[in-house]
Design a protein around this ligand. Structure first.
Ligand code: ZN
Length: 147
């Protein structure tokens, strides 16, 4: 278990140091902003959604290692997924980080963030990008805040 935990931590550090899909999407047709005032994390999420599918997704922002790694992992996993699949991943991820339970759907590499459930203050860091995604997909124009 401790080996697995170390591996998970390495993946998180790697995504924090080298975030995937980082930057602005100039031709995005969905965009949302999210803030986690408790930790000071903020992010902008850009998506191109076409025919019910996430064609492209990028993010920009500043935050702690957990929020950056979570956003990076999320964009990697969601690219090419349908909106229904994205919704299921959101629910599964939320269940994992808030309860520590293994969700019924396979979260793939998102599972590296399972340990966050032991640190309630970090749950908001890990789920900020997902709440921001939810707002972008539901065309909410209000900035998202975890508070
Ligand atoms: Zn944070």
């Amino acid at each position: 278990m401790s080996d697995l935990r170390e591996l998970y931590q390495e993946v998180i550090f790697d995504h924090n140091r080298h975030p995937r899909n980082f930057g602005k999407l100039v031709n995005a047709n969905r965009h949302s902003e999210g803030f986690n005032p408790l930790c000071g994390d903020s992010l902008d999420l850009y998506l191109i959604v076409d025919n019910n599918r996430i064609i492209d997704i990028k993010f920009e922002g500043q935050g702690c290692a957990i929020s950056t790694a979570s956003a990076s992992l999320m964009t990697e996993v969601l690219k090419g997924k349908t909106l229904q699949e994205a919704e299921q991943l959101f629910e599964g991820f939320h269940q994992m980080v808030t309860t520590g339970e293994t969700p019924s759907i396979d979260l793939g590499k998102l599972s590296v963030l399972a340990g966050v459930s032991e640190f309630p203050a970090r749950v908001k860091c890990a789920s900020l990008s997902w709440h921001t995604l939810n707002a972008a997909l539901h065309n909410s124009t209000q900035p998202v805040t975890t508070e």
